[in-house]
Design a protein around this ligand. Structure first.
Ligand code: UT7
Length: 319
């Protein structure tokens, strides 16, 4: 029994915000620095009244439509997000309500930018166990809410958005391999070290990052986890049709592709248009490449993500 992607969808709020637009909004930066260091040219930012579950809802409706599945048929809903609408209930439950589904199991996964590959791995195990048959897996983020707009080293990097897939139990492939890891000893290099206590924010409610430490760790673990999935299936990275890496920085993406011996013509890149949308970046990139016709049925696709925690993981699938 395999879990097979039956449909894909994504959603970006509002119009693209260029690097020049950020300068106009008062961020002390410039287009040349951002493009040279990160490859980012634009990102989308949600309005103040738009939540992760709103973004998740838009992407989910598109994924359900492309799968030809009605929301009532879902028996599991997983949302990967680090920017949930509330402390509780989960964003997955809020999404379930917006979709009009009653009774499916629903929960959030918190693995930051590796959240979508974590969620896909979990969904795959539910389907393979035989307990669930139609699963909605979503990555949705409003990272703009947790950015310190006076910290130019982080605020220019991130954006808001969502992506979703519908997974179905199938006798044909399918997800072929999953691998997911964490090392909490690196928790300090990428975090939002705040919480709510007694009705007040305690600690720091903004994203803080040691960019260079994240960069080095990311390049190492992404290449390793990609090889782990390939070894499990017995294929070489060269046999992969498409690599869809987490979209954080074009230099990380290029280094990982190089380590795997893959040309950039086999890599889906959206970081230039979307910025880093954390858990949403991989399904957003997947949807872009499916809709523009690059990714076709039967091709081997490797998804991989890395994020705060430190967390990382990969999924190798036949689309
Ligand atoms: O999802 C995973 C999350 N994160 C990542 O994957 C990010 C990984 N890290 C990175 O992508 C890079 O480390 C960054 C893009 C964040 C930073 O690039 P860097 O080459 O490591 O630059 P840096 O932090 O060493 O900063 C170099 C300079 C500094 O100036 P000085 O001290 O050399 O004069 C910064 O003040 O760049 C300056 N700087 C900026 N200048 C213009 C930092 N941010 C900006 C900015 N605009 N936005």
């Amino acid at each position: 029994m395999f879990s097979r992607i039956a449909g894909v969808g994504s959603y970006l709020p509002g119009l693209p915000i260029s690097n020049a637009d950020l300068v106009q909004r008062g961020v002390e930066t410039n287009d040349d620095w951002i493009v040279t260091r990160t490859g980012i040219k634009a990102r989308h930012l949600a309005d103040a009244n738009c939540t992760s579950s709103d973004l998740a809802h838009e992407a989910s409706c598109r994924a359900l439509k492309s799968a030809g599945v009605d929301a009532s048929e879902l028996d599991l809903i997983i949302v990967a997000t680090s920017t949930p609408d509330f402390i509780f209930p989960s964003t997955a439950c809020l999404l379930q309500s917006k979709l009009g589904n009653h009774g499916a199991m629903a929960f959030d996964v918190q693995a930051v930018c590796a959240g979508f590959v974590y969620a896909l791995s979990i969904a795959d195990k539910f389907i393979r166990s035989g307990s669930h048959k139609k699963v909605l897996v979503v990555g949705a983020e409003v990272f703009s809410r947790i950015l310190d707009w006076d910290d130019r080293s982080t605020c220019v990097l991130f954006g808001d958005g969502s992506g979703a897939v519908v997974l179905e139990a199938s006798e044909s492939p399918g997800i072929l391999a999953t691998a997911a890891h964490a090392d909490g000893s690196h928790h300090g290099i990428l975090s939002v070290p705040g919480s709510v206590c007694g009705g007040k924010v305690t600690g720091d409610p903004f994203l803080r990052m040691d960019g260079q430490s994240v960069f080095k760790l990311a390049v190492r673990v992404l290449a390793d986890v990609a090889k782990e999935c390939c070894d499990f299936v017995g294929v070489s990275p060269a046999q992969i049709d498409w690599l869809i890496p987490h979209q954080a920085n074009i230099r990380i993406i290029e280094s990982t592709a190089k380590k795997l011996g893959l040309g950039m013509d086999k890599v889906i890149v959206t970081v230039d248009r979307h910025g880093n949308t954390s858990a949403a970046s991989i399904p957003l990139a997947l949807d872009v490449a499916v809709r523009d016709g690059r990714i076709e049925r039967g091709q081997k696709v490797l998804l991989e993500g890395v994020g705060g925690g430190f967390t990382w993981g990969a999924v190798l699938l036949e689309f």
